[in-house]
Write a protein that binds this ligand. Structure first.
Ligand code: LCS
Length: 397
């Protein structure tokens, strides 16, 4: 499968980015200013009334942040992008913009934990109700629809199970019922999947992951396909205040320039490592969309432009072997988060989901033996050797 289009290598470097108009600096400058001077009271009034384009105050808009917003929006083929302080701020801003009191949401069950908790524990205080279901089964999505359903929130591939949801099928259903389809595209990045092209209304990213790519910045992005949704989101974001800082935006923009290169190397690594793990005696199963054994391999080929670099696998030795393995890795870093140049590994049952009951974990597809691996850009052989020695130790102890 050819994974990347040539134009993407150009777009990540140039889209939305223009040389500095003052000194012709090639890199977009960091406009580290909270406020912008008006030429006159009349110009200030024109800016506030939207009769003139320009900057007023950084919570409302900033040229550095705008360059990042334009870049990601072009990559996602949207109408406009809005950069947020974190990925969670992108999600909560979207909910605040479109979920009224007593609205109902259908959400992928295996979403990133806080994406679920924020609806279950916080938006529920305002009467928002949610069904967390296996959105890979479109019949289940259909059966969960209620007259007050306003949003279908899908994460594909899902964190950490790497289960896929058919974006086109969800979009057809959402359109028929007049509800919003929101897709968290964090695991694929715009290089590998463009949900707006497949019919989604809004795309969410945790920029903390692949787009920034260096495990040194947090950030989020919302991209809307339609002007009316973009305007509504912008109004809510600038009022609620979850906007991104210009320095943060500049750092992410710097990371985005190598996105296509990083994705190419890390997914090449991931494919080879997935095959290695699949043939390893200590491993009982591997979930990677590029493997023929992935139950949705055909869907991955259809809706993704590459299989990405997130995978999970199960150890024959179960929970204990999982704990031992992640304690034994040397090159891979034992840490949460993902999408950085360094390979990150974690064992949800003994770490991030240790406080969740086994029953709840099971319901969300997070088994005792599941190990999640975010494959980085290191040498393939070095990662393979590290996993191999850790698997051997996990078995021997
Ligand atoms: N969406 C997805 C799919 C994520 O994986 C995360 C964070 C977020 C949204 C939230 O983004 P943030 O606010 O952290 O920028 N995922 C994490 C993970 O798997 N481990 O640590 C964070």
């Amino acid at each position: 499968m050819t994974t990347q289009r040539d134009d993407l290598f150009t777009a990540v470097i140039h889209a939305g980015q223009h040389p500095d108009p003052l000194f012709r600096g090639v890199s977009v400058p960091i406009y580290q200013s909270s406020t912008f001077a008006f030429e006159s009271a009349e110009q200030g009034a024109a800016l506030f009334q939207g009769k003139e384009d320009g900057y007023i105050y950084t919570r409302i808009g900033n040229p550095t942040t705008k360059a990042l917003e334009d870049c990601v929006s072009i990559l996602e083929k949207g109408y406009g992008g809005l950069a947020t302080a974190t990925g969670m701020a992108a999600i909560t801003t979207t909910h605040l913009a479109f979920l009224d009191r007593d609205a109902h949401v259908i959400c992928t069950d295996a979403v990133y934990g806080p994406s679920r908790t924020v609806v279950e524990n916080e938006f529920s205080r305002f009467g928002v109700r949610a069904d967390f279901i296996d959105t890979s089964d479109i019949e289940k999505v259909k059966n969960s629809l209620r007259p007050n359903t306003r949003m279908l929130f899908v994460e594909t591939p899902a964190n950490p199970t790497i289960v896929l949801t058919d974006i086109r099928a969800c979009a057809a259903l959402a359109k028929e019922r007049g509800i919003l389809l929101v897709v968290d595209n964090t695991f694929s990045s715009p290089v590998l999947q463009n949900p707006l092209e497949l019919g989604a209304d809004i795309v969410i990213h945790s920029l903390t992951k692949f787009l920034n790519g260096h495990s040194d910045v947090v950030g989020g992005m919302i991209v809307a396909k339609e002007e009316r949704h973009f305007k509504r989101l912008r109004k809510v974001l600038t009022l609620m205040g979850g906007t991104m800082d210009p320095h943060q935006a500049w750092l992410v923009l710097r990371g985005v320039k190598t996105l296509a290169l990083r994705v190419e190397k890390s997914q090449d690594n991931a494919m080879k490592l997935a095959r290695f793990l699949e043939s390893h005696p200590g491993v009982s199963w591997v979930n990677y969309p590029g493997l023929e054994s992935h139950p949705q391999h055909a869907l991955a080929k259809e809706q993704m432009k590459g299989f990405g670099s997130m995978l999970c696998f199960g150890l024959r030795g179960g929970f204990e072997a999982g704990r031992k393995m992640i304690n034994a890795v040397k090159l891979c870093t034992l840490a949460v988060s993902l999408g950085g140049v360094e390979s990150l590994i974690q064992h949800p049952a003994s770490m991030t989901h240790a406080g969740v009951s086994e029953q709840e974990r099971k319901a969300a597809g997070i088994s005792q033996e599941l190990i999640r691996l975010s494959v980085g850009c290191e040498g393939t052989e070095d990662i393979r050797e590290d996993l191999d020695q850790a698997l051997r130790l996990a078995k021997m102890e």
